[in-house]
Design a protein around this ligand. Sequence first.
Ligand code: PEP
Ligand code: MG
Length: 323
Amino acid sequence: EREAALHNAHLPAVTTDHVRIRVKANVSSVAVARLGAGLGADGSGLIRTEAVFAQWRQAPTTDQQVEVYRAIADVYHPHPVTIRTWDAGGDKPLAFVPREAATANPFLGARGLRAFADDPTLVLEQLEAICRVAVDRRIRVLFPMITTAADVATARELLDRAARRAGLGRPPEHLEVGIMIEVPAAALRVRQLATGLDFVSIGSNDLVQYVLAAERGNPAVAPWSDRLEPAVLELIRHVADGAPDGVDVSLCGAMAADPDLAGLLVGLGVTELSTSAATVPMVKQRLRAGSTAEFRALADRALAAADAGEVRALLERAGRRAT
Ligand code: PEP
Ligand code: MG
């Protein structure tokens, strides 16, 4: 199967009933972008800009950011790339983003877009770079840690301000705008929050930790942070069903990197996956192995399961039948 996956890496992922699912790569550097493109990724569904500039002691200038974002966009041309604004804080410190005062629960603190509530300078500079690149490249901009409608309004205002700073008057016409759905409140209210946007991207890592109240990466609570818990799956289905018509529903994070889950996620209603470069070919191959009706039936059975263990058993049976 691995061999077949690599052999077919540059073919689109099309289900047996002819539905195309875009499988994109998560990107943390220009080198990783090239790796993903070499493995057949349909663009990037998540450029973690805080990872791209993780080693920088000082914030990159707008010009420096333009150069890097343009280089990544060029790697994937003609596919679009998704640039996420700084998602610092929580487990991801950035030397040039002022740290919030020590807090007992950094994951519930001023991370992501929240970090710039008092001083938006850094995110404005970044959005200015994104606007400039979007003038002649296919770019999507993605805002992290969106929780409320007020956050969406703030994000839009910042983008408008940045476009004026870039001398454009308003954001480039073809720049697509989206939000991360990784906070349960945003998942529940996706219809209201995503109206007027182009896409949403489910951040499965954070969604799992916030839904199950189990810190990501903390082994002590690993038994409570199973991404196959039906509560998690139900929320993903809710997002897919609730997203306004015409709004793409992407999913990134570790769930997308597990080829065993690809069919399940599409069955829940996700229309696009963004995963680590290395797993792109296998995820595509699994999606070619079934129909959307089969994936839907699998997802329905998973939603009816009592717990994660039952979902896992279901997936194993489905996997055995497919091979
Ligand atoms: C996520 O939360 O699933 C995600 C993709 O973002 P990050 O892992 O960078 O928080
Ligand atoms: Mg996240």
